[in-house]
Structures are given as C-alpha cells and as structure tokens.
Write a protein that binds this ligand. Structure first.
Ligand code: ARG
Ligand code: ASP
Length: 730
C-alpha cells in the first residue's frame, strides 16, 4: 500500500522520541522499523517475529474466542490466556457442588481436560497488503454503500486465490478508514479445552476495587489446549482429536521482566481512535462518557447495595455487576486522562495546523474536509446520544426490557409459528430460557434500577428521538416515574416466573393478544422499535458520511506531513507494540514502581472478603516462603507494568523480552492510561501484566501440575534463545 511504504518511518521515529512507544504496528511493516526495534533492545530480526516462509513468533499468537488473545506455551498445543478471558468457560464448568471457579481447576492429564463448545483459537497464516488491487478501482465520488459493494466484489477473487486447496479462511479488511486494504489468511481450531485455572481468589484477586488500577496483585490467567484432527488440521470437537502440534512455542523466561529493558506485546487489540477530530472528542468527553457514567453510577449504586445486603443477590449479580462496572470505571479514567492531556484543545490546534498546511501546499481540495466533518458531527450527535442511551437502557439497564424483547417473535407472530407447526417448540424454548433467567433475577433490584435510570435517560434523550412510551408516562402518570414503574412491574407477566408460566399456559390466540398488551412488553417494544426505526437508519447514514470524510482527512495529513509516523487504528488484527518494562509518574507527587510481590497480596488480604480473600494454600506457601526457583530476594514477583500501547483485546497477549521469551501476560491498563485509545501518553500510559514467575509458580508449586512444565521451554537467563524450528503443517 503506497501510503505506508512511502513514509520514512525510521527518520520519523528518530525525530519524534516522545512518540517512541505509541503505535500498534502491523507485523508486515516491521521490516521498515527493524532498526529502531533493535536499537530499542530487540535481539531478533523482523523476520523472526513475522515470516511467511518459516516459523516465527506470530505462529504462537492466537485470537482466543471473539475478543481476547492467547499464546502457545507448550509443545502439545498448550495455550495461556487471561482468567477473565476464560471466565465463561470456567463458569460453564462450575456448579455449586463442583465450583471450579471458586476452587480452581487443574486437569491431572489430557483426559481430564474439558471441552468448550463454540470456543475457537485462530492463528494468522499471513497478511498481505492488497491495496493496489482495490484502491485504483474506487472512485472518491462513490457513496459509501457503492464503495462497500465494489470492495466486496474485488475481494472475492483475492480471498478465493488465497484459500483455494487449503483449509484456511481469508478476509480482505479495510485499515485506516479504508485508505488501505489487507488480506488476512487464518486458520481456526474448533476444539479448545480447559486445562487449568487458579481459584478466582487468585485469578480475580482484588475484583472490581483493583480493576484498572496499579498496584495490582492478581494472576489473571487460565490455560487451555488446542486439539486438532490426526492430520494436525482443525477438526470439529471429537474424541478422535489429538493435541495440536504447534509451529512455534514461546519460551518462558525464568529471568522474568527486568526494569528498563526492552519489552513488546504481540496480540489482537480491538479498537483505537487515534485520529478523531475535535468534534468527536468533544462528544466523547463532554457528552457520551459523562452520560454513560451517570447512568452506570446510578445502577451500580442500586446493585452494589443489594449485593452487600444478601449473599444470594451477590451471586446473582456478580457477573452483571462486573460487566457494568468495567467500562464505567474505564470511562471515568478516560475523561480524566483526556482532560489532563488537554486533548480537545490539542485536536483543535492540530486542525488549525492542518488547514494552514493545506493552504500553503495549495491543496484546496483538503480545505473542505474539516468543515464537512464538523457539520456531519453536528447532525450525528443527537443520533449517537440516542443510540448510546438505548444501549445503556436495553443492554445494561433494567433486564426486563431485553427479556421481554426475547418474546417478541413468539407473542407477535404466534399465528405464523402455529401455521408452520413451530409454536410449541418456540414456546418451550423461551420458557426454558426464562427459568435460567429468573435464577439470577431479583425483581426489586430491577425495579430500582429502572427508577434510578429513567430520570437520567429522560434528561438526555433528544426530544425528537424520544420513544413513544415517554408520552404515556407524562399523560397517564403526570411524569411520576416511581408510580409508573411500580404499576408496570406489578401488572407485567415478565417480572415474575409464576405469572409468566401462567400467561403462556394456554396456547390460545387470546392469551397472546393479552401478552401483546402487557405493559412492560409494550415499553420494551417502544424502546426497541424506536431505536430500530427512528435512530439506527440515520445513525448509519451519518456514520458512513463521517467514515468517508475521515478517510480524506487522515490521507490528507499523511500527504501534508511526510515526516510524521502514522499507524492504522487497532481493528482486532494482529499488531505489535513495543516499549520497556517501567513504572510511571502519572501525576504530580505520584510515582509507581513497576513491580509487585506476594507480600502485597498479603497486605491486601481480608479474610472472608469477596474480593480480597486469599486461599489457605497460598498463605501457607507465603508463610513458608516456599517459592522454589521463582522467588527473588525472599519474595515472589506477582505483577509488573510496561510502557506498551495496548487496548481491549490485548488481554491475554504475551509480553516478550528482546529474545522473544515470555516475561508476562498482559491483562489490564492503569487508570491513568485509559485515554490511550484516543491519545497515548508515553509518560503516563502503562499496561499491567502477570509476571511469568508467578504463572510458573502457580502451575508448579501451587497446583503441582508439573506435567505441564514438561511440555514448556523454560529459558534460563540470560543466554540468547534461538527460535525453535518445528515442522510446518500447511
Ligand atoms: N479491566 C480489564 C479489561 O478491560 C478487565 C479485568 C477483569 N477483571 C475484573 N475485576 N472485572 O478488560
Ligand atoms: N482488560 C482489557 C482486555 O480485556 C485490556 C485493556 O483494555 O487494557 O482486553
């Protein structure tokens, strides 16, 4: 792709030392920054990291499920990822009688490893810049929809060529707002089994209190194994499958992370927005984040209080609470970080500078793009607001809204379903799902969440896009939210398991007609149809207009600033970031050291606490200082920070030293880093990792799963470790 090839990256990097750590690099472009990587401390070549001709580090990097990273650390296809990435697999294998989440789980042998239907592990076989086969066929005047069609038809033969006669999959994906296109060829394994996980009191030690924070003291790790058919190729889950024989295994560094030394992370970061305009940053900072935080603060207040008051509610809401609070806490950090960095003012300055450069370069074609974006955002913001509010209400608010929506087909289309002979099956399936739903549902909590959110929702929802149910609230209840919500819940069949069963007991048309008039069913319909009909279509049109203008704006910057380093925003494709093992001084008077130890775990220990309890066995090992070869200076390393640019999706990614050995497992960022999706700051931004020695200690000393060590490569410090060559199975 021309844009990237024409950029003198090396020169740019040397001229802009402040940005030395920013960026998530495409593996195919590493050759162009090889010199810089090596002067930063990399002992390998770019080809050792990414090669299409022989095994390389990329052959150990796995896209785990939909949104996490994992890496190969054992010769029999053993992979390592986060505890929070394996969380749903671990909970799926847990019951009250056999609570593997709470107690931890370690398969004693391969026969005990546990299957996980639907879980997949994907390797990248190769990536290739195919911009030259796409861009010349695209007319800048095309609509976004027409452009999408042309790209799709041009991609078809490219994908076919790449996969013909193989079991690989391929896609052509846009990068950098469609300024370039890459072919990505991958191999997906479908039999991935659970091998081990520490007790949640170790894997999630510190819970939400410690989430997004440094200093940190948890081993956010779990182990899985990839199984393949006897030919070592992907196969459906089956007893006939055998452990996958990998193309590369990451050595585990017994030396661990060393302060000040080179570090890099290789994984699948999900989404960054490095090139946003001031109009967009202003929306995020001044509208979207405050509004969403306000909504979630209100619902968390209700949920946290309920969880504190009863053990039953605590267990019922633990997962939901974690889902709501993770982004809530991140947004609070993001707002603070953007303010501290003055991002909005900086963006405005950059936009002025862009106009000045375009003018002096005689690029009058670029003078209209920012005004266009400003206008598009002015139109877009009400739709974005309505959409964000819809997501908060329907997906993170009172659960009954989405629950009732699940019955929509059954209630409204019962006649068609009946004619097709599908009514009974659909009804049974819905009611079975309802049983599971009510297990973790507390109607009083839900009602209080609804009451707490409504005033905030009302305050922010743009009048022209407000759903119809608000009118009813005003006319029949004179705007009295509490009375209205009480009435809705009291009469609805969807807030009570017994009432719901009764309502569906007789499969008569009149019962369905009655359900269609159920007050909460109608509110749910109102909020969903409002979104689908009034909000989404125009939101899509405007997002596409913005996308097209952003394409020109970013390309314009590249043309006008040939000396500047550009990297395409993260988009869940394989990327490498580099920096070093280091602490930070995120604000005046605060200095973070880069390492934590088991002593810190014991400092935080609160016996019997949901978040800060410590398993007895770990306490015993601590008291005996029985750390084996993993201890250092009388203690055990637990977590560390490094200055690597990461984002959501990097969870579970390996952090490697200059020799390509695993020194840590990435799982989070510090609170002062969470604005890095929009603006990275090399002084403040740190990713948080589990120290490799804590991982090995837990497997070896804590769990006694020494058979797992036998398939690993333990790299003694500090002799250089050559990349091992394993047979290629293509
Ligand atoms: N903050 C981490 C990341 O965004 C998730 C950590 C999961 N742990 C937790 N206590 N919620 O995904
Ligand atoms: N915890 C995040 C993840 O799950 C990582 C991050 O946002 O830094 O991917």
């Amino acid at each position: 792709m021309r844009v990237f090839r024409s950029i003198p990256l090396l020169v740019a990097l040397f001229h802009l030392p402040a940005f030395a750590h920013e960026g998530m690099w495409l593996p195919t472009l590493l050759k162009s920054i090889e010199g810089d990587l090596q002067s930063a401390g990399l002992k390998l070549s770019a080809e050792d990291i990414y090669s299409i001709n022989r095994s390389s580090l990329k052959d150990a990097i796995v896209l785990f499920g939909g949104g996490c990273t994992a890496e190969v650390i054992g010769r029999d296809g053993l992979i390592l990822t986060n505890h929070h990435c394996g969380f749903s697999a671990i909970t799926d294998h847990s019951t009250v009688e056999n609570d593997r989440l709470k107690n931890g789980f370690w398969a004693a042998n391969k026969g005990e490893e546990l299957r996980n239907p639907g879980l997949s592990a994907t390797f990248i076989i190769r990536m290739e810049d195919v911009s030259d086969r796409i861009l010349p066929q695209l007319d800048p005047a095309m609509s976004e929809a027409a452009r999408r069609d042309v790209v799709a038809s041009l991609s078809e033969p490219i994908v076919k060529e790449a996969t013909e006669g193989t079991h690989y999959r391929a896609v052509v994906r846009p990068f950098n707002y469609g300024n370039s296109y890459y072919l990505i060829v991958s191999e997906t394994f479908r039999d991935v089994r659970l091998v081990g996980a520490p007790p949640s009191a170790i894997g999630k030690f510190g819970g939400d209190t410690d989430n997004w924070m440094w200093p940190r003291h948890n081993a956010d790790m779990s182990l899985f194994r990839i199984y393949a058919g006897p030919d070592n190729k992907p196969a459906d889950p089956s007893d006939a499958n055998v452990p996958f024989s990998p193309r590369h295994v990451l050595p585990m560094s017994l030396e661990g992370p060393v302060e000040g030394e080179y570090a890099m992370i290789f994984g699948f970061p999900g989404n960054t927005q490095r090139y946003l305009t001031s109009y967009a940053v202003s929306y995020v900072l001044e509208k979207a984040d405050p509004m969403r935080v306000e909504m979630r603060t209100a619902s968390l207040e209700v949920i946290d209080a309920a969880m504190r008051s009863s053990d039953r509610t605590r267990l019922q809401y633990a997962d939901k609470q974690a889902g709501i609070s993770n982004a809530w806490k991140k947004w609070i950090g993001e707002m603070r970080g953007l303010k501290e960095l003055n991002t909005l003012a900086r963006k405005r300055e950059q936009e002025q500078a862009f106009l000045a450069r375009a003018t002096s370069a005689g690029r009058s074609d670029l003078l209209t793009v920012l005004p266009e974006l400003e206008k598009a955002y002015a139109e877009y913001i009400p739709y974005a607001t309505a959409r964000d509010l819809f997501v908060e209400m329907a997906y993170y608010g009172p659960e009954v809204l989405r629950f009732a929506d699940g019955f929509q087909g059954l209630v409204l289309e019962h006649a068609q379903l009946s004619a097709q002979g599908k009514l009974q099956a659909e009804r049974d399936q819905r009611l079975a799902a309802a049983d599971a739903y009510f297990q973790n549902y507390d109607v009083e909590v839900d009602k209080r969440v609804f009451k707490a959110l409504m005033p905030i929702y009302r305050k922010h929802v743009p009048a022209a896009l407000a759903p119809a149910f608000l009118k009813e609230l005003d006319t029949r209840y004179k705007g009295n939210v509490n009375a209205w919500v009480d009435a809705l819940y009291a009469k609805s069949a969807f807030t009570d398991a017994a009432r719901l069963k009764k309502a569906f007991a007789k499969p008569k048309a009149s019962s369905y007609a009655k359900l269609a008039k159920d007050p909460l069913f109608q509110v749910s319909r109102s909020i969903f149809t409002n979104f689908l009909q009034e909000v989404r279509p125009q939101h899509t049109v405007l997002s596409e207009r913005i996308e097209g203008a952003m394409r020109r704006y970013v390309k314009g910057q590249m043309d006008l600033e040939p000396g500047r380093t550009f990297w395409p925003d993260a988009n869940s494709t394989l990327r490498l970031s580099y920096g070093k093992v280091e602490g930070s001084s995120p604000r005046d008077g605060v200095a973070y050291k880069p390492f934590t130890t088991l002593d810190g775990v014991m400092e935080k220990y609160i016996p019997g606490d949901v978040e800060f309890d410590v398993p007895q066995r770990l306490i015993d090992l601590y008291r005996a200082k029985d750390y084996g070869r993993y201890g250092v200076n009388g203690t055990l390393p637990v977590c560390f920070t490094s200055s690597l640019h990461t984002t959501g999706g990097n969870s579970g990614s390996p952090v490697l030293n200059g020799r390509g050995e695993l020194i840590g497992l990435n799982f989070d960022r510090s609170w002062e880093s969470t604005m890095s999706d929009i603006q990275f700051d090399p002084e403040k931004c740190r990713n948080i990792c589990v120290d490799v020695r804590y991982i090995l200690f837990l497997i070896d000393k804590y769990a006694g799963a020494t058979h797992l060590l036998d398939e690993m490569i333990l790299a003694p410090a500090p002799a250089p470790m050559p990349l091992i060559e394993l047979p290629l199975h293509r």
